[in-house]
Design a protein around this ligand. Structure first.
Ligand SMILES: Nc1nc2c(c(=O)[nH]1)N[C@H]1C(S)=C(S)[C@@H](COP(=O)(O)O)O[C@H]1N2
Ligand SMILES: [Mo]
Length: 434
């Protein structure tokens, strides 16, 4: 990684939790995401074109033409990501750079709580299984894992629980992710289940958790950055993996090299990176970032800005149904007679996506896109749709997925919650027809 002369968060380094919000809160392009556009004339003036369906635009909506930012930064092996925080590194991918069916390593977001380990040697790396409910304590090298268990490759969606946080109002602290803390690479490794079978576990096992080799920003080597886990059922899922590779290559150093967990469809925070230890617990795991309000939401909906008591919060399990428009990039110009081919991906936590609909009139009418089945369970699904616009002017293409349980995406913002998780609002892109 190219070290910057001064971290953009130099001033806030004492309090990493607040840092990213303080800085982003001052950026006008982010503030605009939450501001208000009132009146049709204002809408037109902001987007710089006539808005044929302006009468149908939800009041106060921020034009999609103005809700993205693209500041550049450099990390070796990453390309086009937007930096939210450089100490620790947190970076997301703009939606149009997530167009590949299989997310390449250089386009996968980074969400770090601490500093990744340095001078990693994959041939001496070890992974230990322990905990009060473990059958027998066992340690494996990566070579052991490769030799002893069936090697599998699966495309699994990895999405940060806080993806979309930037849109919540009132704002909440934490990385101000917009849309790109998500990806679906093909992961190469073994089933966690197969290894759990080899170590064995007692009847009372309820949770499986991780510890990684990254170091806390405080510099205290004893202090754990994050140690989360999943209920044993999710750990025993056929698609829950211990991986050493991504798309046939070693993991990127920022994405957990040389070994990590991947739990497709769950908040990314359970997919432990730089994996050193797995603990089988006889109770809900109690590592850092398991406690409220981390990765928890209110049990029942609350009014925006409400303070919620710990006992009224529940741990997030699977992520909700969501989709992205990955082509075209927001803000493109097309000709009046052009047919626009739109495409993207859709995913739904532990479920699959049943349909994807597209609207060009702010949700008054919808038409069904072509939606492909997933290459394997818990991979995202690709969709595409051809659009002819009725007149010239400013349009927004909105995409809305529905899962096989009948849940669909909210059109604007879902329930506000104290940490800004689970924003699965429809993605929209701006199109100028002239
Ligand atoms: N050891 C360790 N594992 C971790 C994290 C971390 O900071 N340290 N971040 C978690 C979070 S919050 C997310 S969203 C994912 C991000 O994975 P990525 O950086 O490979 O995209 O890793 C998870 N695993
Ligand atoms: Mo995350």
């Amino acid at each position: 990684m190219k070290k910057r002369e001064r971290g953009i968060h130099e001033t806030f380094a004492q309090d990493p939790e607040r840092a990213d919000w303080e800085v982003w809160g001052r950026r006008t392009d982010r503030v605009t995401r939450r501001g208000f556009v009132s009146g049709l004339a204002a809408f037109s003036a902001i987007v710089g074109a006539r808005v044929p369906f302006a009468h149908a635009a939800p009041q106060g909506i921020i034009p999609a033409s103005h809700s993205n930012s693209d500041a550049a930064f450099q990390i070796e092996g990453k390309d086009g990501l937007i930096l939210l925080n450089d100490r620790p590194v947190n970076a997301e991918t703009p939606p149009h750079l997530l167009n590949d069916d299989i997310t390449p390593a250089n386009r996968l977001f980074i969400r770090n709580y601490g500093e990744p380990p340095e001078n990693v040697n994959p041939s001496t790396w070890s992974l230990t299984f322990e905990g009060e409910s473990v059958g027998s304590y066992k340690t494996y090298t990566i070579a052991n894992l490769k030799q002893r268990f069936e090697n599998i490759s699966r495309q699994l969606v990895l999405e940060c629980g806080g993806n979309g946080r930037a849109e919540f109002d009132p704002p909440v602290s934490g990385n101000q992710w917009s849309l790109g803390a998500v990806g679906c690479p093909q992961w190469n490794g073994v089933r966690l289940k197969d290894v759990l079978e080899d170590v064995g576990h007692n009847q009372d096992a309820v949770y499986v958790a991780f510890y990684g080799a990254d170091t806390h920003m405080s510099g205290d080597s004893e202090r754990v950055t994050i140690s989360r886990g999943v209920p044993i059922d999710k750990a025993l899922d056929d698609e829950s993996m211990i991986v050493w590779g991504m798309n046939g290559d070693d993991l990127h150093p920022m994405n957990g090299h040389p070994l990590r967990l991947v739990f497709g469809g769950w908040p990314g925070s359970v997919s432990g990176k730089w994996l050193k230890r797995v603990t089988i617990r006889n109770k809900v795991h109690d590592g850092p970032k398991m406690e409220s309000p981390s990765y928890r939401v209110p049990r029942t909906p609350v009014a925006p800005g409400t303070t919620v008591a710990d006992e009224d919060m529940r741990i997030i399990h699977a992520m909700p149904v969501k989709s992205l428009i990955t082509f075209p990039k927001t803000g493109v110009q097309i000709g009046a007679n052009d047919t626009l081919k739109v495409r993207g991906h859709a995913w739904a936590g532990d479920n699959s996506v049943r349909s994807l609909n597209v609207s060009i009139d702010f949700g008054q009418t919808w038409s069904e896109a072509n939606l492909k089945p997933a290459v394997n369970r818990l991979a995202w699904q690709h969709w595409d749709h051809s659009i002819k616009f009725p007149t010239t002017g400013y349009y927004e293409v909105w995409a809305r997925a529905e899962d096989d349980q009948g849940h669909s995406q909210p059109m604007v913002l879902p329930n506000w919650n104290p940490k800004g998780y689970l924003n699965n609002a429809c993605h929209r892109v701006a199109i100028y027809v002239s």
